[in-house]
Design a protein around this ligand. Structure first.
Ligand SMILES: Cc1ncc(COP(=O)(O)O)c(C=O)c1O
Length: 510
């Protein structure tokens, strides 16, 4: 389908916050087009002069991914006096859309939506991957997903508004929401993401469940490699979820920083005469791009006809969190309002960071970018398999199966979750009498956390990620949760850490 046949997004102005509605456009922003016109006598904005920019050149090295070879390094050099014609391997490039970002642009005010060539690259990337199905979708560069969420809260929420979250959620999201005095309502999850029946039930019976609590405007989901649970929302739930959100006029924020860290299914090891047998084939590089793309899950963007899905993308997990670069995909109308907020807060994302990421991506091209993701898949699969194999090995060796349950193996991302069956702990009944149901999980969570810390092992507490229900909190008092990660841990530390874990569990439960 060409874009000519597509409709524009719906207007969601009726859902905007008071703050958003009262914020106008920055008047100076509208003048930037004149600044870029060399014929213009531009005396209108306070821009520092180019000759006083001290940086003369940006020179850095990156992997050369054009041909999926990971041992080739390329030099990227961007000089102060470069002009578009001189860029990109000596080829004449007339169009700013397909070139390096000039230093004079990168270091100057302006381009607060993002630099055109980076935006262009990302637009093609998103179109190739998700093929949004309304006409006026757009992209806005920001400082990563944490900032992306914060700005969306400001665009849509007044204090006392309500957001739907998965019942476990990335802790910074919970903090950001509660700092703005916004209510949260958790939707139950299983190993395949949120449970549709719970979502449907709560929305249908809102007054019965939540009384006067405002009806939700937003739902926030982490669809792939959920943080902290590690699970992935399965594709066959997505359309139904979208239809429900449409029925109740709810905006969906799809925070998906682990999308390109998707992995093949993990198979648990078996043990024969106490011999460990790894059931996973070594993950090898995938041959064709189509093969690779076919294995990936869908984005809500691909089913969104209304423009009610706002997708947060981040380079943090692909190029490093220090890039502080990400982007939002959504309808132009919503993005314009985020842009207005950027103008008075962020202004623009770092031009230097954009220059570097853009310099790399333009040399790699779309296929090179895909090659990078293919590589991430291989490496993350190795890390995950090593971690879970070690975990199961130690659980078996320390004979602690009945005290430990491992969440379904992650199909994406960097997190795994372990549940401890605290009700089997020898002190459980006594502590339940002493502390009551409200405090029992907290007690054991702290006990294990402290024991692990004393042995120099850190696993994150499940309570840091728990979204409590404002009206009827139902807590499973028989278990406590621990989140682990295999991303930046050496095999040796991983193995030792999990051995410490198993040893402490064994000591405590016996
Ligand atoms: C779900 C989720 N969103 C956002 C972030 C942070 O992303 P960024 O570095 O782009 O702000 C994280 C990082 O852990 C995350 O797990």
């Amino acid at each position: 389908m060409t874009t000519d046949n597509l409709n524009n997004a719906l207007s969601f102005k009726h859902l905007f916050s008071n703050e958003c509605l009262s914020r106008g456009e920055s008047p100076i922003k509208t003048t930037m087009k004149y600044f870029l016109d060399p014929e213009f006598h531009f005396l209108g904005a306070g821009m520092p002069p180019l000759e006083l920019f001290a940086f003369q050149n940006f020179s850095f090295k990156s992997l050369d991914l054009k041909n999926y070879s990971f041992n080739e390094i390329q030099d990227i050099i961007i000089n102060k006096n470069d002009k578009f014609e001189e860029h990109v391997n000596g080829n004449i490039v007339e169009d700013e859309l397909d070139s390096d970002i000039l230093i004079e642009r990168a270091l100057q005010y302006g381009n607060s939506r993002g630099h055109p060539s980076l935006l262009n690259f990302l637009k093609i990337h998103i179109n190739n991957t998700f093929k949004p199905i309304y006409k006026d979708w757009d992209i806005l560069i920001n400082n990563g997903s944490t900032y992306g969420l914060e700005s969306l809260l400001r665009i849509f929420c007044n204090p006392n508004d309500t957001i739907l979250l998965e019942d476990l959620c990335y802790s910074s999201t919970i903090e950001a929401i509660s700092a703005q005095k916004i209510n949260t309502v958790p939707i139950k999850m299983d190993s395949n993401g949120i449970i549709i029946e719970d979502l449907e039930y709560k929305l249908k019976n809102w007054e019965t469940c939540y009384g006067d609590l405002k009806k939700p405007k937003i739902m926030y989901l982490i669809p792939n490699g959920h943080n902290p649970k590690g699970v992935t929302l399965c594709d066959n739930r997505k359309l139904k979820i979208y239809q429900i959100l449409k029925q109740y006029d709810i905006i969906l924020i799809e925070d998906d920083p682990y999308y390109w860290l998707q992995m093949p299914q993990y198979k648990k090891p078996s043990f024969k005469d106490d011999q460990f047998i790894d059931e996973n084939k070594p993950e090898t590089d995938i041959n064709t791009n189509q093969d690779f793309l076919n294995k990936l899950s869908n984005s809500f963007l691909s089913i969104d006809t209304d423009g009610r899905v706002i997708r947060l993308e981040s380079f943090s997990k692909y190029f490093g969190p220090g890039t502080r670069l990400g982007y939002v995909i959504g309808s132009k109308q919503i993005l314009d309002n985020i842009w207005n907020y950027h103008e008075v807060s962020l202004q623009a994302s770092s031009g230097i960071s954009q220059l570097m990421v853009n310099g790399l991506l333009n040399r790699w091209g779309q296929l090179g970018y895909l090659n990078w993701f293919k590589r991430l898949r291989v490496v993350y699969t190795q890390k995950r398999n090593f971690c879970l194999n070690s975990l199961y090995k130690h659980i078996h060796q320390f004979d602690i199966n009945e005290y430990v349950q491992v969440e379904e193996a992650p199909k994406a991302g960097m997190f795994f979750m372990i549940y401890l069956n605290i009700s089997k702990h020898p002190e459980y009944n006594q502590k339940l009498v002493e502390l009551g149901k409200d405090k029992i999980v907290e007690y054991f969570e702290n006990l294990f956390f402290e024991k692990f810390i004393q042995s120099k092992l850190l696993l994150a507490k499940g309570s840091w990620f728990t979204v409590s229900d404002p009206c009827h909190n139902v807590v499973n008092i028989n278990r406590c949760m621990l989140r682990g990660t295999y991303a930046a841990v050496t095999p040796e530390k991983m193995n030792n850490g999990l051995k410490i874990f198993a040893n402490i569990v064994k000591q405590e439960f016996n």
